[in-house]
Write a protein that binds this ligand. Structure first.
Ligand code: C5P
Length: 224
């Protein structure tokens, strides 16, 4: 079984990101580059990280009108990402156009409800019902729009997996039992997410901010 852990390289410096990726390479399955990295280093940065030799997940969380998202997908096509994210809240047409513009081997997955939001937070942005119900609703929409999967918390992944058997389920908000929670609210352990059907485990600070990132990555790997 290949390693499902994608390391979130949320680091501002390219050299530091590349050095960390090389250090933990043997204990992760891929690299996740998000807005912080991409806005700072763009295509050049992605090409540099590609030299590490692991699949690249571009977590750009695209959310705009369909035409703009389609053009953005075309612009990143050359980078040959393994996974790209869009926001499910962008709606069906936006997701359909994003998928149509993506490369054949690129999985397009929709962010449902951010793992930093709980029920109280989503009420303040006008969403009725629980974060769980909203994530399930957006998962249905993403599925019917033809996407490859979704991003959700470990609290929902089991329920989504039961109704979407062959989806790609990306789960962030992962912490070992004694780990620092930080800004994440809907958290589970990597092992629990995996057991509940996660395909990709996104892990950032528990590895990148550890005193010994290799030991941290190894410890996480050992729990899976
Ligand atoms: O450091 P930590 O493990 O909390 O990093 C989680 C990563 O997953 C971050 O890069 C964050 O942008 C991303 N993410 C998330 N929640 C989502 C989607 C992505 O935390 N719903």
């Amino acid at each position: 079984m290949s390693n499902p852990v994608y390391l979130a390289l949320d680091l501002p410096r390219l050299e530091a990101a590349e050095a960390l990726a090389r250090k933990v390479k043997g204990h992760i399955g891929g690299i996740k580059l998000g807005m912080e990295f991409f806005y700072a280093h763009g295509h050049h940065g992605v090409h540099e990280l590609a030299h590490v030799g692991l699949p690249i997940f571009l977590d750009l969380k695209l959310h705009d009108i369909p035409n703009t998202v389609e053009s953005a997908m075309q612009a990143i096509h050359v980078l040959e990402p393994a996974i790209v994210t869009v926001h499910a809240a962008g709606g069906r047409a936006m997701m359909e156009d994003a998928k149509a513009a993506a490369g054949e081997h690129c999985k397009v997955v929709a962010v449902t409800v951010l793992t930093s939001l709980d029920d109280d937070d989503i009420a303040t942005i006008g969403v009725t019902g629980s974060a769980h119900d909203h994530a399930m609703r957006l998962a249905d929409l993403a599925h019917s729009a033809g996407l490859d999967g979704i991003v959700c918390s470990g609290h929902e992944v089991g329920a989504v997996h039961r109704q979407w058997k062959d989806g790609c389920f990306v789960v962030p908000g992962l912490r070992l039992a004694d780990g620092k929670q930080g800004d994440q609210k809907r958290i589970v352990t990597p092992r629990q997410a995996r057991d509940d059907g996660a395909s990709v485990l996104v892990i950032g600070r528990p590895i990148s901010r550890a005193d010994d990132p290799v030991a941290a990555a190894r410890a996480i790997e050992a729990t899976l």
